[in-house]
Ligand binder design. Structure first.
Ligand SMILES: Nc1ncnc2c1ncn2[C@@H]1O[C@H](COP(=O)(O)OP(=O)(O)OP(=O)(O)O)[C@@H](O)[C@H]1O
Length: 807
């Protein structure tokens, strides 16, 4: 694994190594500017304090001035769906009734402000400024609602035939929801036949039509019958981007809808047996994800599906205001999506909604394998201990846990457990173990959550759980084109800059394993004029979420992230994933790469492999059963000659198993490094030089004299040609040259990495065994040559000796 790049240099990744020549700045630029930034090492700021990284100064602070700018309006954390506060089932119906009335009004055209579905949208308002006014408005609204509830109750009571009315009322409610749901439908009724075959609830059919999902994805198709119709627990594994969120989300919504209808029927049939508690809206589904961003994303996805269904979904994640989240929980959402840390924080302080788990019908672990990694352990264990114990059958035993409130037996509902991930099924052995674990689980409750089977058992997973494993041999998305670039640690920044500036099109994510490397990299890229977003664990949560939003907003955004971001994040059309540093495990590589090539679209990944990464890279390829991988095509015309030679020399030396010695001693290098320490004046000069350089395009050393083909001249090429023509004018003034070297450019587009790879990527053997064999052969060949030389030398010596003797 490549060491975290140092904070001080443009190229070198080793803090102990003095900076070297910039490899990417074109020759003309380099002579004036490229060398200069490295002299800024460990410089002193104008204020006289030591600057850790001159690039940070150039970029304007550790996070490039990013954090300070963040202020997120959390309004979107409000509740969607039929949130009619604490007034119970009747009031909820009244809400729908109200909504229906509103719609009718809208139809008549007398409701100016009405928007589809806004009747039941509860928005979390910021408490500053118009706080009082809003509170008054809210109160008025609530009073209006209460009056309507009363009206409706009176209406309902006055009807003679209650059951008939009830059916009618339900029908009305459904019609009402259906009507709202019908707004903005993308697909026609006859286009979603595949969903009907699954017996998806009619309201959910409308939801998928609105979302434009013509048919279920394979994992959804496989999980739905078992989870929704047979009420089974599910362990699901499928490739990244295959729709796992709805694979567990739709069965949850289906059951909640069915139960809502059933409860309404029952309550009308016999109000005397109706339990007081049933009027409450207890927590029905608890979904745990390993990261905050993922929790928010899963929550948004479910909200989208549950829109107009009267089911509330809220995210509960750390890093955001606890009070605000407590207020959200007071609305008693049916579904809570959260991270273990914040959930446990609220549970342990006795949040009523979260500890009333008697009616919990779903416990979901998304990205379950990540959950059992260090960091979530204690909270996860504590949450699981809070769950009512299931006895293996469909019945749920309550009151056996210390903290869960006891409730009448009528309230007890069967709980289903869902465990999902893309990398659950990496080893066949693991699958077998899991099955065995479920069937012959020890009676004693284990407190060990270090394996999926132990975790599943603890969470109450039943032995007849459905195991849906759709991971293929490769696990990676089908349309993902993987590639790599071999380069030294020092050259990684340069190659990355090359990819981003020569190709850089489309949304790109760059993954680092360490925050130090991420900071170094993002600072450098910002200095070089590439606007990047960052996301890592040490950032404020608001800033992280803002970065996610910004990344989503722009088609050409670039995000530098650590591995916490690798899992589950779903963005439209991420074109390229770059592994700046190799991840620590194959799983993480899969999840990282899975951010592109989602939803059957094409995408490409590029791994930057330094000599130190090689062993890891080969074993990664082995665990993914890859013998060949494409080498990403790099146009070395952009690289200064010495670097090309250096890489070539290094590559060849490595393939021969030789270590190249540098001419300078360590002492000399440190000395030189110290001498280069820049003053603040020098730093300013560097800044000036750099901005001058950045005005000009990245220039190749030479242009091919061949005709360049493509549709139109890209801005980059245009600039490059202008630059070249300036050079040529100067050159021809002094020397009457270039007469025969004219070329004609028809045009060239700036092609994105995937296209470059498809056009000229070359397959290279990455099999560790074959590489070993190659090395062995090379070593044998070297030894043989050595032997031959030795014997020739001896032969010559002998002949000389003989000749001497003869003389
Ligand atoms: N039936 C469907 N048809 C079309 N698109 C779908 C369908 N179901 C889900 N999607 C879309 O597919 C994308 C990926 O879904 P999701 O995030 O659930 O994948 P995932 O399997 O959880 O991925 P990961 O393993 O990376 O977390 C989302 O944008 C979602 O809206």
């Amino acid at each position: 694994m490549a060491a975290a790049p140092p904070p001080l240099q443009l190229q070198s990744s080793d803090p102990s190594t003095p900076p070297q020549e910039s490899s990417l700045i074109p020759k003309g630029k380099k002579s004036r500017g490229a060398k200069k930034p490295k002299r800024a090492a460990a410089s002193t700021s104008s204020a006289g304090t030591m600057v850790e990284d001159p690039f940070l100064v150039l970029a304007g602070g550790k996070e490039g001035g990013f954090l300070e700018l963040e202020e997120i309006d959390e309004a979107d954390f409000g509740i969607f769906g039929g949130a009619v506060e604490d007034l119970g089932e009747v009031e909820r119906k009244a809400g729908k009734y109200q909504k229906k009335k509103k719609r009718k009004k809208r139809k008549r055209g007398d409701d100016d402000n009405a928007l589809p579905g806004d009747g039941d949208l509860v928005v979390e308002c910021d408490e500053e400024g118009e706080k009082g006014e809003k509170r008054v408005k809210k109160k008025k609204k609530r009073n209006r609602k209460k009056r309507k509830v009363k009206e409706m109750e009176e209406n309902l009571e006055s009807k003679e035939d209650v059951s008939d009315d009830n059916v009618e009322d339900m029908q009305d409610d459904n019609d009402s929801m259906e009507q709202d749901n019908n707004d903005g439908l993308i697909l026609g009724e006859d286009e979603v036949y595949a969903w009907r075959e699954l017996r998806l609830h009619p309201l959910l059919i409308t939801a998928v039509r609105r979302l434009g999902f013509k048919e279920p994805t394979p994992i959804q198709k496989a999980c739905f019958p078992a989870a929704a119709h047979q009420g089974k627990d599910v362990i699901g594994a499928a490739e990244t981007g295959s729709g796992k969120t709805l694979a567990f989300g739709l069965p949850i919504l289906q059951r909640l809808l069915e139960e809502q209808e059933k409860a309404m029927r029952l309550s009308r049939e016999d109000e005397s047996t109706q339990d007081e508690n049933s009027k409450e809206s207890p927590l029905r589904a608890l979904i745990l994800t390993p990261t905050r961003e993922l929790a928010k994303q899963v929550c948004d996805h479910l909200k989208e599906a549950a829109k107009f269904l009267g089911i509330q979904v809220v995210p509960i994640v750390g890093g955001l205001s606890m009070e605000k989240q407590e207020r959200l929980l007071k609305r008693k959402p049916e579904i809570v999506v959260g991270t273990p840390g914040r959930l446990w924080e609220l549970m342990s302080t006795g949040n009523r909604h979260l500890i009333k788990l008697h009616s919990l019908s779903f416990f979901v672990l998304d990205e379950a394998d990540r959950m059992i990694e260090r960091g979530h352990f204690h909270e996860l264990q504590s949450i699981i201990e809070m769950l009512p114990v299931t006895n293996g059958s469909d019945e749920q035993t309550v009151g056996t846990t210390t903290s869960c409130e006891t409730v009448p037996i009528l309230q007890i509902k069967k709980r289903q457990t869902f465990v999902f991930s893309a990398t659950l099924a990496l080893s066949a052995n693991f699958r077998k173990k899991l099955k065995r674990g479920l069937v012959t689980a020890k009676a004693s409750a284990s407190t060990d959550l270090s394996s999926i089977e132990a975790l599943s058992k603890q969470a109450g997973m039943k032995p007849n759980a459905e195991i849906v494993d759709l991971t293929k041999a490769s696990i990676l998305p089908e349309k993902l084109e993987e590639s790599f670039i071999e380069c030294s640690d020092d050259d990684k920044d340069a190659y990355l800059y090359y990819i981003l500036s020569v190709h850089g099109q489309g949304r790109t994510i760059i993954f680092c394993t360490s925050i130090a490397a991420l900071r170094h990299l993002s600072s450098i890229l910002r200095v070089l004029g590439i606007n990047v977003l960052t996301n890592h664990a040490q950032m404020q949560q608001r800033a992280r979420m803002k970065a996610v939003d910004r990344f989503r907003e722009s088609e050409n955004s670039i995000l530098v992230a650590t591995d916490g971001f690798a899992r589950g994040m779903d963005f439209d059309d991420v074109r390229t994933v770059i592994h700046y540093q190799l991840p620590h495990s194959t799983d993480v590589y899969i999840h990282r790469s899975g951010r592109t090539a989602r939803k059957s679209m094409a995408g490409c990944s590029i791994a930057l492999i330094s000599p130190a990464d090689k062993a890891k890279f080969y074993s990664l390829c082995k665990s993914l059963s890859k013998e060949n991988l494409q080498q990403f095509p790099v146009d070395h015309a952009y690289m200064p000659a010495e670097n090309v030679n250096k890489s070539w020399l290094q590559r060849n030396a490595e393939s021969m198993g030789l270590v190249l010695e540098t001419s300078d001693s360590e002492e000399e290098r440190v000395q030189e490094h110290k001498q280069r320490k820049a003053t603040s004046v020098h730093l300013q000069k560097l800044q000036q030089d750099l901005s001058e350089l950045l005005q000009r395009p990245l220039q190749p050393k030479t242009f091919s004299r061949r005709y360049l083909a493509g549709a139109g001249v890209s801005p980059l090429l245009q600039k490059q040609l202008e630059e070249l023509s300036k050079r040529n004018v100067k050159g021809s003034a002094s020397v009457n040259a270039n007469k025969g070297s004219r070329f004609v450019v028809i045009g060239q587009d700036q092609i994105e990495p995937l296209q470059a790879l498809q056009n000229s990527g070359q397959e290279v053997c990455v099999s560790i065994d074959k590489q070993r064999e190659k090395r062995r052969l090379a070593e044998n060949w070297r030894l043989k040559k050595q032997k031959e030389k030795k014997s020739t030398r001896e032969q010559k010596r002998k002949e000389k000796r003989k000749a001497k003797e003869r003389d």
